[in-house]
Design a protein around this ligand. Structure first.
Ligand code: F0G
Length: 353
């Protein structure tokens, strides 16, 4: 019987590993490409969702982390450090302890979703809550990595992007070619760069016939690339992408320009509405940031800037259970009175009679 072996073994010949590299894996990657029926009807395109919430710690970060931690283990590192809006810290914690290393994570105090906080805690990370935003955390971990015996596993570490590019390989392998258009959220801007790298490699080696246009979406209150300037106090309910000075800014612009794509902003209302529609119509529950791509595609359809008939892949980056507080607070108020344990009563309350 075949079992998916994780992205390093599945794509070993395209990754910077050797036979000496100890592979630290939780079986990441191999995530489903789900046909999106409602979105396809809405857009008159063939829309697919790359559901990255199905990764071991519930986000796409695991693809890069298996590589970063494996190479840190090979180098003999004893501790790793990262800054995070939540998902990177959850992933770093899980993979680090699996390799017997100490994970140290810096997070913006009070601004990460509870599910992600729980993950860092249960995996045993040394957690430091910073009085500041993600950008402050990133600045500090860069300095820690330079001056102390800890390996930096943020996406400024280029091996993270090497691991994350495998998602583009999987899309091409599943569809038989690259899509016309790839849509995804943009925060610290590593993932859009990673996908672009993966698509370009497959096109160059003629595994696929082309590379897609890349469409990235930032949250309106945290849209430095769209505005062309650092955002000092980024704000959005999509906390995962609350980033004012993305580390991979230049790489993201290159992905946009070389692919003939775009990077635009969507509002929190558009993001939360897309999150609800995705859950209620497609059966796919994602965290708020993960819905930014869906929101962007729907906005483009609305504005008449999306041609029909295209094959479109949207990466939904993280699982909805990461952040149930935002989901519940943005849901329509649901009255759920306590009902007597009586079948006829239940039938009445449920509106069956
Ligand atoms: N979606 C989710 C769920 C994320 O957690 C992130 C980034 C992104 C999208 C944006 O990806 O940064 O590569 O452009 N989260 C980082 C973190 C910042 O710390 O977990 P990006």
């Amino acid at each position: 019987a075949h079992q998916w072996r994780g992205v390093i073994e599945e794509y070993r010949d395209r990754l910077p590993v050797s036979t000496d590299t100890p592979v630290v894996t939780l079986g990441e990657g191999g995530t489903p490409l789900v046909a999106a029926q409602w979105l396809s009807e809405q857009t008159r395109c063939e829309v697919w969702l790359k559901v990255e919430g199905n990764n071991p710690t519930g986000s796409f970060k695991d693809r890069g982390m298996t590589l970063a931690i494996s190479l840190a283990a090979q180098a003999g590192d004893k501790a790793v450090v990262c800054a995070s809006t939540g998902n990177t810290s959850a992933s770093a914690a899980a993979y680090a302890v699996r390799a017997g290393m100490l994970p140290l994570v810096l997070i913006p105090a009070g601004r990460i979703a509870k599910g992600k906080l729980a993950q860092a805690i249960v995996h045993g990370a040394k957690l430091v809550s910073i009085d500041g935003g993600f950008d402050d955390c990133l600045r500090i971990v860069r300095e820690l990595g330079k001056n102390y015996p800890v390996a930096l596993v943020n996406s400024v570490n280029p091996v993270r992007l090497e691991g994350q590019k495998t998602a583009a390989f999987e899309v091409c392998d599943a569809l038989g070619d690259a899509p016309d258009l790839h849509v995804l959220p943009v925060g610290n801007a590593g993932n859009i760069a990673a996908y672009w790298k993966g698509y370009q490699e497959y096109a160059k080696d003629k595994v696929s016939s082309r590379a897609p246009r890349m469409w990235g979406f930032q949250a309106e209150g945290a849209a430095p690339i769209v505005r062309g300037a650092i955002v000092e106090r980024p704000e959005t309910k999509a906390t995962a992408i609350r980033v004012g000075n993305p580390a991979s800014w230049t790489l993201a612009e290159a992905a946009r320009d070389e692919s003939g794509g775009l990077i635009e902003a969507v509002s929190d209302d558009q993001i939360l509405s897309a999150q609800r529609e995705l859950a209620a119509r497609e059966g796919v529950f994602v965290e708020p940031a993960s819905a930014a791509g869906v929101a962007g595609l729907l906005a483009a359809r609305e504005a008449g800037t999306l041609d029909g008939g295209q094959t479109v892949v949207i990466t939904v980056t993280g699982h909805g259970l990461k952040d149930i507080d935002t989901a519940l607070s943005s849901a329509l108020p649901v009255e759920s009175p306590v009902t007597p344990a009586d079948t006829d009563e239940v039938a009445r309350v449920a509106g069956l009679v």
